[in-house]
Design a protein around this ligand. Structure first.
Ligand code: SF4
Length: 369
């Protein structure tokens, strides 16, 4: 995949001396640096742009995160207060936005601050984690960095992965997950990770990757990266999410699963998650405007209780059941879970929903210890 090179680089004065900032400056010597006191003026400027998203992705900002980095994963809740089954997952927002261009990316309709921003005060992040883990010694945390950004897409510039992997290697009650659609794993290969970092890839058949996941690594490149991580001793994981329903989905997803298991030993795979395509009305409009050739808005999506549109429940259940069967035929033991799905769908696919969130989280974690 093509490396990211921003057109403009802004550095908040408060993070000028951070090692993350220094890494980026060293690797982008030809990009002019503009120093700023805060991000307020950039936000105001972006509000006069139309369209905002393409231009904002070309500007990279290094800034200080002033709030908490660490929080529970915001699994969706229905308007009635019932909720989808959650896997007891936590997230670290080390960055926000992404230079890649998946047509279905929910960040397009979600972020208030449209720029690509990396929070360079990494030491504050690590201190916050250290305090949290020490205050909760009996809780086992599974933590990802891929909620508001791809975990590794900017790693060739920032090397953010290095302090994170080294920090988690020393933790007794936490594992880190890097979730990516890139093949940027070079920084990981020689680290002493002690199997406390899982590297995972979002996967779709090449038919979808080529049409809907622009600027991402090809499926072959992602599998090559996964092979190298396995050789370096990392546990790996896969997210078949979002599953897309189209004419040849059965053949394409079955081939994808076969290829994953041909290239990656099953005992290196910590978990596989499944999730169906979901979008809001606003995101659907954005996809139509930004990706006129995308076929995703043409699918028959219906509103769910949480306000998102999904495929009809029988379609989702059919896809999950078939895919679960194909994975189970390869290996019956790998933990598999459905992301942001209702207890009803869980019961139809897995015969039961987890009794409580903690149970699902622990099932996944047991695969690592
Ligand atoms: S890789 Fe992830 S964060 Fe980046 S555009 Fe695609 S879906 Fe969005």
């Amino acid at each position: 995949m093509k490396p990211y090179k921003p057109e403009r680089l802004f550095v908040e004065r408060s993070v000028e001396d951070s090692p993350i900032t220094q890494n980026v400056l060293m690797r982008l010597p030809a990009v002019a640096v503009e120093q700023i006191d805060s991000t307020h003026s950039l936000l105001e400027e972006s509000q006069h742009w139309n369209p905002t998203i393409p231009r904002a992705k070309r500007w990279l900002i290094l800034a200080r995160h002033k709030g908490h980095f660490f929080k529970p994963c915001p699994a969706s809740r229905t308007k009635q207060g019932a909720k989808t089954v959650c896997c007891n997952y936590f997230v670290i927002n080390y960055a926000s936005n992404c230079h890649m261009e998946c047509s279905y990316c929910y960040l397009q309709s979600y972020l208030n601050f449209p720029y690509l921003i990396v929070y360079a005060n990494c030491q504050d992040l690590l201190s916050e984690l250290q305090t949290t883990f020490a205050e909760n010694p009996h809780h086992f945390f599974r933590i990802g960095t891929g909620e508001l950004a791809d975990s590794l897409a900017l790693d060739p510039l920032t090397s953010y992965s290095v302090p994170l992997v080294e920090f988690f290697a020393g933790q007794k009650n936490a594992v880190l997950e890097f979730q990516t659609k890139s093949n940027y794993i070079e920084n990981l290969l020689n680290l002493d990770h002690r199997r406390k970092t899982v590297v995972s890839w979002s996967m779709n058949p090449p038919f979808i990757q080529e049409r809907e996941e622009h600027k991402t690594a090809t499926i072959g490149e992602r599998l090559w990266a996964a092979e190298r991580c396995v050789q370096a001793g990392y546990p790996v994981a896969f997210h078949l999410d979002p599953l897309i329903f189209y004419a040849t989905w059965e053949t394409d997803y079955r081939n994808l699963i076969e290829e994953i298991f041909e290239r990656i030993p099953a005992d290196s795979i910590s978990w596989i998650s499944l999730g169906s395509l979901r979008m809001t009305t606003l995101l659907k409009e954005i996809i139509r405007e930004r990706f006129p050739n995308s076929f995703l808005p043409l699918g028959e999506l219906v509103p769910s209780q949480d306000g998102k549109m999904r495929y009809f429940k029988p379609i989702r259940v059919l896809m999950y059941q078939k895919i679960l069967g194909w994975i189970r035929a390869q290996d019956p033991r790998i933990p598999i879970y459905a992301c942001m799905e209702t207890p009803d769908v869980w019961t139809k696919v897995f015969q039961s929903a987890p009794l409580e969130e903690k149970e699902l989280g622990e099932t996944v974690i047991r695969s690592l210890v």
